[in-house]
Design a protein around this ligand. Structure first.
Ligand SMILES: Nc1ncnc2c1ncn2[C@@H]1O[C@H](COP(=O)(O)OP(=O)(O)OP(=O)(O)O)[C@@H](O)[C@H]1O
Length: 692
């Protein structure tokens, strides 16, 4: 039995804690509760928002969501990325050619407190000496003990980074902390020509750091409805946001802190074609430019040096992208430091050289394999900018690592789903990718929660990045998504992954969001009540025996549905009188007894507590299902990995069955709770209708 079989390295999601789908509201007992309480107009109002979007944005059946997010750029750069001012384009996809004298806008503002910024001056000779110094083979990453002789750092970030302090003192123990430990950003690309030609719709709505995915689904009777999935992230960048702005939002804030013994990682996650490479490609160059600026100005004469390395992980193996895809090996040294044996690391001191290296690596990545793009989306490309420092100004000794910035262009996330492919290699690759993406998520979460144990052994990717997960580190995740209706499933998977990374974060917004959403719902209960619907709308079969013979005592009202109107492609709330008929055509109608204000108040309080209880129940249930799905998915993945001669599949299957039966027990318990809840609901309704 392979030990990995027991390792729960990840929890990819099938549901989302913060999704409040209109459909869910309708179909869930929450929604039925609103109806039972006569609050279905709340559903109506939430739907009317959709109505507006579809009406306003689309016309003639085309749904194009209007993004109200502030446009960072002139708005004319949807497909053409503007180059850095003054730069002639040399890089594809928006990476502008830069000279060492041109620095990204914004950094000066960021460090406006740095009063000692000097005007352009010559770089000290130690930095000039080598424009391309192939420095080492077998670089050892991140030996904390060698970091400028600093003491062990606390895991907690504290205080603002003291750039000025750093200038004059190498014993400054202040840690950079005004930059969040983890930042999750979503970037939406524009619809591409292919999607436009296929008349695919833009289903992504963005507004500030909020976004919604409007997923069209089919009911069993084949009518369409739209499910709205809402998310909140640290930043949501729409299709009008330029690469410059992406840099400013993501990497720029972490550049200064890598001079302070911090390792930072920026990675792009998303399905193939969602814009990961487009997003990641310009970032290292922009970051190098700012790093060099800091080295040459703020930290000049302090012996800092910049090194570049570029490699990829493909099928669990490492290849050097700056040395003709030479195979690399990962080793742990005596101090448990990860060392990539054979990796070329280049010392650089000007932006042009870095640009050449990046272009060379990118070219090697795509031409080094047979089906270029196809294969590039199956590999993780890692570009590292390492800051080192010469020991006491002595250039004959290897410089000591100070900080590092890693850029990871991850394999297409959908590749992890290739585990069902018939081809064994594809399945194994898919399993490997899946494993690494799950492991990455786990490491980031552990990192963000200041956990002592970081499960970096979960995959080659996280092992390689081990030193980026220990000590003082920062992570920026950029989730790239396609706006098209045809990609909704992958888009939702990407957003759920991002949300799971964020949701357990101490600084995460999700808990707050759930709270405020609940709050909104509660506040809404104070608006006037509308007619009450039948109890069986929300309690299901168990009520059948009780309602026998009581047909005359309640309203019959069809559950409101969001029906797509064939004519105008809008969503209508079907609550007309014609809908109040039972299936036998008989109209059920009864006036509501008058209700006193006091009763309304009581009812509201009861509703509040019952609603809360039900929310807890639904959340608990959802969590159970999520966990089950995670386990099944992970185990399936491991089954694929285990499908090797000599491995005992039976053990895995037994284990899987045990887990599933445990989960089934959990779900049974939830069902019992639900039955209890239904009984209480009935009591509540009886009291309410007797005019308590
Ligand atoms: N924000 C954007 N604005 C304009 N074009 C974009 C944007 N994002 C991506 N594109 C374009 O979409 C196409 C696919 O993007 P890209 O190659 O970056 O996807 P990817 O996620 O890296 O795919 P893979 O996983 O296969 O490597 C490219 O032609 C790219 O130029």
């Amino acid at each position: 039995m392979n030990a990995v079989g027991r390792q729960r390295s990840g929890t990819s999601t099938t549901h989302h804690q913060r999704q409040h789908s209109d459909n869910f509201l309708e179909a869930s007992s929450n929604g039925r509760w609103l109806q039972s309480a006569g609050l279905q107009h709340l559903q109506s109002s939430s739907n009317s928002q959709d109505f507006g979007y579809y009406n306003g944005g689309g016309g003639q059946g085309t749904r194009m969501f209007k993004n109200v997010q502030r446009s960072y750029s002139s708005g004319s750069e949807i497909f053409g990325e503007p180059l850095t001012p003054g730069a002639a384009g040399r890089m594809n996809n928006g990476g502008g050619q830069v000279s060492s004298n041109e620095f990204s806008p914004g950094l000066l503002d960021l460090h406006s407190f740095d009063t000692e910024l000097l005007s352009e001056m010559e770089v000290p000779s130690t930095f000039d000496a080598l424009s391309l110094d192939k420095f080492t083979r077998g670089s050892s990453f991140g030996d904390p003990e060698t970091y400028l002789g600093y003491g062990k750092q606390s895991d907690r970030a504290r205080g603002l980074p003291d750039i000025n302090g750093m200038k004059g003192s190498t014993t400054d123990k202040e840690k950079p902390s005004n930059v969040a430990k983890i930042k999750v950003v979503v970037r939406k690309r524009p619809l591409n020509k292919k999607e436009l030609a296929k008349n695919e719709e833009d289903i992504i709505e963005t507004h500030s750091n909020y976004m919604a995915v409007h997923e069209t689904k089919l009911k069993v009777d084949l009518t369409e409805y739209v499910e709205k999935h809402e998310f909140v992230f640290d930043a949501v960048l729409n299709e009008e946001v330029s690469n410059d702005e992406v840099y400013r939002e993501t990497v720029e804030p972490i550049v200064p802190i890598i001079f302070q013994q911090t390792k930072a990682t920026c990675f792009a996650y998303g399905q193939t074609g969602s814009g990961k490479t487009y997003t990641m490609k310009p970032l290292p160059l922009k970051a190098s430019r700012d790093i060099l600026r800091l080295m040459h100005h703020t930290y000049r004469n302090q012996g800092f040096q910049l090194f570049v390395s570029f490699f990829e992980i493909y099928g669990g193996k490492l290849y050097d992208l700056l040395n003709e895809r030479k195979k690399l090996f990962m080793r742990e040294d005596g101090k448990k430091q990860v060392c990539i044996v054979g990796l070329d690391e280049y010392r650089v001191s000007d932006v042009e050289t870095i640009q050449d290296l990046i272009e060379r690596g990118n070219a090697t990545r795509s031409t080094g394999t047979t089906g270029a793009n196809e294969e590039s989306s199956r590999s993780h490309a890692i570009l590292q900018l390492a800051i080192k420092r010469s020991v006491n100004g002595n250039n004959s000794k290897p410089p000591k690592p100070v900080g590092k910035l890693s850029f990871i262009d991850l394999a297409g996330s959908e590749r992890g789903a290739d585990t069902t492919d018939n081809d064994k290699q594809t399945r194994t690759e898919g399993a490997e990718i899946n494993k690494s993406l799950l492991a990455l998520k786990e490491c980031i979460r552990a990192l963000d929660n200041d956990q002592n144990h970081i499960p970096f052994r979960g995959s080659k990717l996280t092992e390689v990045l081990r030193d980026s997960f220990v000590g003082n580190s920062r992570t920026v995740m950029i989730s790239c998504i396609s706006p098209s209706s045809g990609s909704s499933e992958h888009t939702l998977n990407t957003l759920r992954y991002a949300d799971r990374v964020k949701s357990l974060s101490k600084g995460g917004v999700s808990k707050k969001d759930v709270l405020s959403a609940t709050q909104n719902l509660r506040e809404s209960t104070s608006v006037p009540l509308a007619p009450i619907s039948t109890i069986e709308d929300y309690v299901g079969e168990s009520w059948d025996e009780d309602k026998d013979g009581e047909d005359e005592d309640y309203y019959e009202e069809e559950k409101p549905t969001w029906q797509k109107s064939s004519k105008n492609d809008m969503y209508n709330y079907s609550n007309s009188e014609s809908n109040l008929k039972k299936s036998n055509g008989q109209m059920k109608w009864k006036e509501l007894p008058p209700k006193s204000d006091a009763r309304l108040a009581n009812s509201d309080t009861d509703l509040d507590s019952l609603l809360k209880e039900e929310e807890d129940l639904v959340n608990a249930h959802r969590k159970q299902v999520e966990e089950t799905m995670d386990i099944v998915r992970e185990e399936m993945n491991l089954l694929v990995v285990a499908d090797q001669p000599g491995n005992q599949l039976d053990d895995y299957i037994t284990k899987l069955n045990t887990i599933l039966s445990q989960k089934a027990d959990g779900i049974l318990q939830l069902q019992n709770r639900l039955a209890q809840f239904q009984r209480r609901l009935k009591e509540h309704d009886v009291l309410a209708s007797s005019g308590r």
